[in-house]
Design a protein around this ligand. Structure first.
Ligand SMILES: [Zn+2]
Length: 126
């Protein structure tokens, strides 16, 4: 499966650069301690621009998921993952038994190569 390379906006370049080095990071507001994802130049909670990058584990729990079928076969499994270290983020599940997925299940980050770009963050059962 060839995953298209992401379009990298300037505010998200540190995020993609870290993924290229195998590190997963989100942003944290230094004024109100809010942790957020996706990358923004300001805190979505208090609008402060005093934000910093925070390396995190990439471990989390399935908050919700769906199975997307094409011609009867499961084509993808979009998921909301509640990260241990912060926000709930949208991604997709890979390398898993679709029949055994459950809300509350533990998952971990799984980086997948993109087409001439940085790796893309997915999740797989822990
Ligand atoms: Zn804030």
């Amino acid at each position: 499966m060839a995953i298209p390379a992401p379009e990298i906006r300037p505010e998200a370049k540190p995020y993609w650069d870290a993924l290229a080095e195998g590190r997963f990071q989100i942003q944290e507001c230094k004024d109100c301690n809010n942790r957020f994802y996706y990358a923004r130049p300001f805190c979505p909670s208090c609008m402060s621009r005093n934000v910093a990058w925070l390396p995190i584990s990439g471990n989390g729990t399935i908050y919700s998921f769906s199975l997307v079928r094409q011609k009867g076969a499961i084509a993808s499994a979009p998921v909301f993952v509640a990260l241990d270290d912060g926000p709930t983020i949208l991604s997709a599940l890979v390398d898993c038994d679709y029949d055994k997925l459950a809300i509350g299940q533990r998952v971990k980050l799984k980086l997948m190569p993109s087409d001439n770009g940085p790796p893309i963050p997915f999740f797989t059962p822990a």
